[in-house]
Design a protein. Sequence first.
Length: 312
Amino acid sequence: MDELKIFTGNAHPQLARAVTKYLDIPLGEAEVFQFSNDNIFVRILENVRSRDTFVIQPFSRPVNQNIVELLIMIDALKRASAGRITAVVPYYSYGRTDKKDQPRVPITARLIADLITVAGADRLLSVDFHAAQIQGFFNIPVDELTALDILSNHFKTKNIKDPVVVATDIGITKRARDMAARLNAPLAIMEKRRLGNIDKTETLNVIGEVKGKTAITIDDEIDTGGSLINTVSTLVERGAREVYACCTHPVFSGPAIERINASPVKEVVVTDTIPVNNGNKIDKITILPMAPLLGEAIHRIHTGMSVGAMFE
Ligand code: R5P
């Protein structure tokens, strides 16, 4: 397995190109397209026999199509005798369906893990799962990277006076505490409740002091932006001077961008695990690159170096 080969599906070729640029290798050649009957066709256009192969494919929109594309690419690599196949899924959609919290519901995050494994992946590389326990849904090695340093370093350069890091819900508290430690700031926690299975939430309480402070909210993803705008308006009501927001995965579905533009949030800082607006700038939204982190992790996996050491 002396040669490293990186391939991409159609989910986020810009990210795959940025990773290969970081590693100073060409992007592997493959044909990946859909026939008019929606069937996906894949052909790997170069020899991968015994090579160390990686497929970069976040589960961004169209989510289900991108998942199946990845599975078919893994199958193509396996049948082409690749030495090792690593699925690089910077955004693992369906991560929120990770437990049976109502009668007769599936655990789709586990089902997708099984599909990736059965397709033939030997390893998975991902970034900031919705819940770290998703690692355990896989029976193959998983490396979960975090964007925490990338996001924290962005705020460090701003020299924000009197900051408070705000966890947008209880589930993200640990990551928020880690960010607060990096920024030498106190922590506050929003107590959020999701209303049924629709994309609606309400904020019940704020635990911690935010009055007169500059709040930095953190979440794993911003989807419709509902949680974010509730959080921002609650913080403003409770006397926060300014509110910044950050998350790893900018899902930005439905009204998210209009909601962000209309809200008093000063800046929303995200990473490019998911393509946003075809790479064009959007007011208030800062997109930080993930390619150096992913590229470094791929280099370490390929050469047998520690990935954990990147975060020590
Ligand atoms: C859910 O628990 C996640 O951590 C996010 O808070 C959620 O995905 C945000 O969704 P939305 O932007 O639709 O409120």
